[in-house]
Design a protein around this ligand. Structure first.
Ligand code: HEC
Ligand code: HEC
Length: 346
């Protein structure tokens, strides 16, 4: 982030620079965590005191269910169901718009176990694709999933960003699961094939964004802002994301040239900067044995993991293999690597 200092000196008169200067103070890639730069942060938008009982999985004001309004039934193209926004965001049985898209969910995935465990499907969606603010467990190896749940429970995996409340809830959930429930969830999520739903777009300029519930939503008012050195992941369609439509994915805006720069690092290790990812994650990056798939998955999620490995807040049983990989990566390297990885299709 040293380059921000130069930008600040050169352009000290412009308003935008104030934002860049504040980003320079942030040790973590705050954009990947969906939190504002520290010095801009009042109460994080969408953050809830207490961390439970609301909807860590999603934004307020879903559809027509705003405060005071009667609960109106909502529709999604192609689904034969209708749900109120309260049902869509029900922590113990969220809407399943397309049951035909996935196998029958075990009870723990569909309903959780009140009060400690909210339904996995609330945050990770019934199809396991997850959203940028959580994780995509679908199509990951069974034993890898079990290991992650064990790592969370053993205190070996937490977020490098203390403001990331939903990772704290994930740790609580993993700590409360019985071995049978963990097994049922791992069997379920690993039984599905990963199908990408991220569209990677290289650009300098993006629609003006606002953060809500750890997600970037475009203001949809025609205004723009500079992308800078970040990746910004945002719903293809804000309204569909609020309805938790599991068939409508996300756009990842990445800096120009990032995909090609990332490809060079991922396939060769970038002249000793790191190790070629393909060695362990497979030539197609879809995973091998207990090594997870990374291709076509949420870039914000992937950058968080790289940064968490580097900071040592993710140090589970299988993580020692990732240590030399991340040791010398800069934030720019992570942006380039992940721009390429998330653009890969199986
Ligand atoms: C409140 C939302 C929420 C709920 C409910 C939830 N999770 Fe998570 N889950 C998360 C978040 C957040 C992460 C970690 C994201 C990060 O580290 O950046 C995560 C990560 C995971 C991972 C790691 C994925 C990987 O690729 O390493 C697994 C596995 C997982 N969850 C399984 C489950 C299961 C099984 C359930 C239900 C018993 C569940 N989750 C319920 C939010 C949730
Ligand atoms: C020497 C083998 C090896 C190499 C090389 C390697 N990885 Fe990994 N990677 C692993 C293993 C094993 C895990 C699981 C770690 C754990 O469970 O904590 C992992 C996990 C990950 C995760 C977390 C996935 C998830 O779902 O949470 C990401 C992201 C990742 N690797 C990216 C990369 C990238 C990018 C590269 C290349 C720059 C790379 N890896 C190179 C072995 C490797």
């Amino acid at each position: 982030m040293r380059k921000y200092v130069g930008i600040v000196l050169l352009l000290a008169a412009t308003g935008w620079v104030a934002v860049s200067a504040q980003q320079a103070e942030d040790p973590a890639p705050v954009w990947a965590y969906g939190v504002p730069p520290l010095s801009q942060a009042g109460p994080a938008p969408g953050a809830r005191a207490g961390g439970r009982g609301g909807r860590a999985g999603g934004p307020r004001g879903a559809g027509a269910g705003r405060r005071g309004a009667p609960p109106a039934p909502q529709h999604i193209d192609g689904s034969k169901f209708e749900f109120t926004s309260q049902q869509i965001n029900n922590g113990y049985g969220p809407a399943d718009w397309f049951p035909e898209d996935h196998p029958t969910m075990p009870d723990i995935v569909a309903h959780g176990r009140a009060p400690e465990i909210r339904a996995c499907a609330l945050c990770h969606l019934p199809n396991g694709k997850g959203r940028p603010e959580n994780a995509p467990p679908a199509g990951q190896p069974h034993d890898y999933i079990l290991q992650q749940l064990a790592d969370f429970k053993a205190g070996l995996r937490h977020s490098a960003e203390p403001r990331k409340e939903n990772t704290a809830e994930m740790i609580q959930i993993a700590s409360n699961l019985t071995p049978e429930e963990a097994e049922a969830a791992a069997t379920y999520f690993s039984s599905m094939k990963w199908t990408p739903w991220i569209r990677v777009v290289e650009t300098d300029t993006i629609p003006t964004m606002r953060l809500q519930g750890n997600i970037f939503y475009s203001l949809e008012d025609g205004t723009t802002e500079p992308l800078g050195d970040r990746i910004v992941e945002t719903p293809e369609d804000n309204a569909q994301a609020r309805l938790r439509n599991p068939r409508v994915g996300f756009i990842a805006y990445v800096p120009k040239g990032a995909v090609a720069r990332g490809e060079a690092i991922v396939t060769t290790g970038g002249n000793g900067k790191t190790l070629a990812c393909t060695t362990c994650h497979g030539p197609d990056l879809m995973g091998v044995g207990t090594v997870p798939g990374i291709a076509g998955r949420s870039p914000s999620y992937l950058v968080r993991q790289l940064y968490d490995f580097q900071q040592g807040t993710r140090h589970g049983q299988l993580s020692s293999l990732m240590k030399p990989v991340v040791a010398h990566l800069t934030e720019d390297d992570m942006v380039n690597i992940v721009a390429y990885v998330s653009s890969r299709k199986p």
